[in-house]
Design a protein around this ligand. Sequence first.
Ligand code: HEM
Length: 297
Amino acid sequence: MASTTGVPEQIPERGSDAAPAAPAAAETEPLLGKPGDAVLPRGASIVKGWFIGKLQLFPYIPLTLRNDKICMQFGNMGENLCDLGTGIVAEIGVVLLVVNIWAHVLFQPINLFAGHPLAMSVGLIILIQSILSLQPTVTPDQKRTGQLFHATLNFLAFAALVAGVVIIEVNKVRGNGPHFHSLHAVFGVMTLLLIVLQYIVGFTALFTPRLYGGVDRAKSLYKYHRYSGYFILFLLLVTVVQATVTPYVRTVLGIGTWGVFGACLVILVGVFSRIQKQKLGLRTHRSHIVTGPGASA
Ligand code: HEM
């Protein structure tokens, strides 16, 4: 049965006696891929959610085709990488982005400003892990554990973002620098304000649902929380790309825009392709079949 969040409340274990595997799998369909892809196996650690999801992105470049999965094959690591899928694509993007930024920052003499990109990128890494943790959760247990993990990671990310903002502001005051004069600064402030709003609604909906008139009504906000969460991730990445065209980053740090842009694109592809359609209230393959022409009422 669909819940107020657009997510089925009880997903039977795949292949269990309770129900055939197909309907459960069909109710969890990622944006790119087939029903049942990118679902956290019952009993698996929430952290496994950082990586899973099949690589359905490149159906015409079957690097290795195994049991209906397209796998990356690096020597005998192919078997393991089969299960990693697009979660690992997002993580590769994160590594590319962070190594690029950190290498350029740390190869310069360290000053107060250095703390800003370092702290902001730590905040970004944690936020991405917090999204990846919740995406593949389907059973009530997984969802509850995932929500607490998500909230904890968001709290840690918040600390890193606050540190990054404090550092840049102190740096500006010390150097008498003008505020909000670049697109990076304008997007940065807008995105940070949205993040604060997202935090307030997310934390209160989870921990004080009575503020919204009860658990069900609070849960009905989750769908919008997901939409705005993905939008915020997009804005954060746009903000990082814009940082590369600020005079300081261009002339002193020398971080190339295309390298950062490419890494951000890889992150977006990895994260967005794992979006479970039904969690956003979108039509899935299964709802299409059930409600399609000729279906009974
Ligand atoms: C997504 C994370 C980031 C956010 C939300 C963010 C936010 C901000 C904000 C709000 C300011 C303006 C402060 C003011 O004008 O008073 C700023 C300034 C600055 N940031 Fe970031 N930042 C982020 C990541 C980065 C990264 C990764 C770099 C470097 C690679 C960077 C480089 C700069 C520079 C050079 C300034 C000073 C120039 C300016 O004001 O535009 N930022 N950032």
